[in-house]
Design a protein around this ligand. Structure first.
Ligand code: NAP
Length: 530
């Protein structure tokens, strides 16, 4: 059943296509896809700039995006919450330095309600395709309910970790026990006293494993590539600190600025400078190697948990419980590769068969992959399919936001958008970029705004050059199997710049980097945009 707000838009659309209205006037000015922080942040910026005619279409039944859908045990943010929040609204509930997932989702609701973005949301609606219609200069978007709506602008805010990746292992379909992906956690299933196998040792597994181990009869961790783990400086925020942050003028922005600069230097800065100055990262790598050896009691297990690649090649993780979990009697680490899944468990290369009641797939997401970014076809000028074009020509977008030949289309988290650190800080930057372009189009009376080829290419070459000098494409990451590098061999998931550059670039890009085009209101009508 389509949501009522969408039905109203669909009715408007039917009237126009039946000749009762002007088909060159959109049903709604902006379609935003995704009610996570990206869609919410974009809604805030649109509202501030006076764009009130927008709809946020969300496939799930509630807002929050990643933080709505990821509810596995132990889910929490691994960036300090003062920075994992919008600069313009502090979280009401913020119990710890690193907030648990439920608090982050509550914050998403707080922002959406505070700025009235929630009133624009339509839930339970999956987009199946969007197509640019040149005569009317509108996007025609269809949903799984068979509804079509038109909009002047189309903004995918689908987030980076949207499409779960299930392991491609022989026999998976024949397994008769419980299979669960961490991003689709089944809360009705009782995991207590079960033989659990966890595939994967990324940032998610690192949070889930210690929690699952508490109640499992036995937990076997199937590790392909180990992950560097640093201690997590987590603590409950003392009441006095909260009061100071909330009441003393300037304290919150100052602390936020310091945290942001620290993360920028630690995550981005040193990795970007790796080609010239490898010492800081190599030093941290040595420290963490020592720490792993101290925390994990069995030296053989400690050695298996210690990566051979350099710290920072994969997303660095923090935990005070992950490595410690391997000291438990009911936790086993196996590093033999999985050869097949049987109806009752997993078999590894050494021939061992692990009988399992549950297989937990902490196997991550399809990031910058064909068919997943975004997870529906986007057809631009001359019938160009964005996903296929990226597949053939490599992922690229001006400042991670816009692509030539896709007018009026703006990504919140496109290729090379995200400078390592807080996703929410990135969302603030890219959504301001988007609304700045929209506001300029409005000022010029334009019906289409499109990034020019030259500035787009200039940005792309800038990020490719920077990646060549940074850590991720260097030999230091050879054994890391990092998802930072996609199947093209590109680091499109990350903008290889500092946060300062991301903020400045999105705020001050020359408005003439875009081409603005105005069409008369009543244009030729087309039933099917293709
Ligand atoms: P991930 O980092 O991609 O890790 C997936 C894990 O599964 C890797 O260890 C991978 O091994 C393993 N794997 C995948 N397929 C496998 C197979 N067929 N056989 C064996 N192992 C397999 O995914 P994630 O841990 O879900 O993290 C995804 C994203 O979420 C990351 O960006 C992460 O930082 C983010 N995250 C953020 C937070 C936060 O607080 N902000 C919290 C959790 C997660 P290989 O390494 O060998 O590929």
């Amino acid at each position: 059943m389509p949501a009522p707000a969408l039905t109203r838009l669909a009715e408007r659309h039917r009237e126009r296509t039946a000749g009762l209205g002007d088909p060159a006037i959109p049903d709604v000015e902006v379609v935003l896809v995704g009610a996570g922080f990206g869609g919410i942040g974009a809604g805030v910026e649109l509202g501030r700039a006076g764009f009130d005619d927008y709809v946020v279409i969300e496939k799930h039944e509630d807002l929050g995006g990643t933080w709505h859908i990821n509810t596995y045990p132990g889910v929490a943010v691994d960036i300090p919450s003062i920075y994992y929040s919008f600069s313009y609204l502090k979280p009401k509930v913020w119990s710890q330095m690193f907030a648990p997932g439920a608090e982050v989702k509550a914050y998403a609701r707080q922002v959406a309600t505070h700025f009235g973005v929630d009133r624009h949301m339509v839930f339970g609606t999956t987009i199946t395709e969007t197509v640019w219609d040149e005569p009317s200069q509108l996007w025609h978007t269809t949903t799984a309910d068979g509804i079509t709506i038109t909009s002047r602008y189309f903004v995918p805010a689908v987030g980076g970790i949207e499409v779960p990746k299930m392991p491609d292992i022989d026999g998976f379909d024949d397994y008769t026990g419980k299979i669960v992906h961490t991003s689709r956690w089944d809360h009705d299933f009782d995991y207590t006293g079960k033989q659990i196998g966890v595939i994967g040792t990324g940032a998610t597994a690192l949070q889930a494993i210690p929690e699952l181990a508490k109640n499992a009869a036995h937990l076997t961790v199937f590790q392909r590539t180990p992950i560097w783990v640093a201690p997590k400086p987590n603590f409950r925020i003392p009441a006095g600190v909260k009061t100071a942050l909330d009441r003393l003028p300037g304290v919150r922005p100052a602390v936020r600025g310091l945290v942001s600069a620290g993360i920028d230097a630690a995550l981005g800065g040193v990795a970007l400078a790796y080609g010239r100055r490898p010492e800081p990262i190599d030093g941290v790598t040595r420290l963490l190697r020592g720490w792993t050896g101290v925390v994990v009691k069995d030296p053989e297990v400690a050695a298996k948990l210690t990566p051979q690649y350099t710290f920072g090649c994969k997303r660095p993780s923090v935990s005070n419980a992950y490595l410690q979990a391997f000291n438990r009697d009911n936790v086993t680490l196996t590093t033999d590769s999985i050869t097949k899944v049987t109806p009752t468990g997993i078999v590894t290369a050494d021939g061992t068969e692990y009988e399992l009641d549950v297989i937990v797939c902490a196997t991550g997401f399809k990031i910058m992959e064909r068919g997943a970014t975004p997870p529906f076809p986007v057809i631009g000028r001359d019938g160009l399919d964005l996903g296929e074009w990226w597949h053939e020509n490599r992922f690229q977008a001006y400042q991670g936001v816009s692509i030539p030949r896709f007018p009026n289309l703006f990504f919140v988290t496109g290729p090379y958008a995200f400078a390592a650190g807080s996703y929410i800080a990135m969302i603030e930057c890219t959504t301001r970029h988007i609304v700045r372009a929209l506001a300029e189009a409005k000022r010029r009376g334009a019906t289409a705004v499109e990034i020019k080829q030259e500035p787009h290419d200039r940005y792309w070459h800038k990020v490719l050059d920077a990646h060549d000098k940074a850590l991720w494409l260097s030999g230091a990451c050879d054994d890391s199997n990092t998802y930072y590098i996609n199947y093209h061999g590109d680091g499109a998931v990350a903008r290889p710049t500092t946060h300062l550059d991301m903020w400045w670039g999105n705020k001050h890009f020359p408005l003439n980097d875009y081409r603005y085009e105005a069409r008369p209101a009543r244009a030729a009508m087309t039933g099917d945009p293709r």
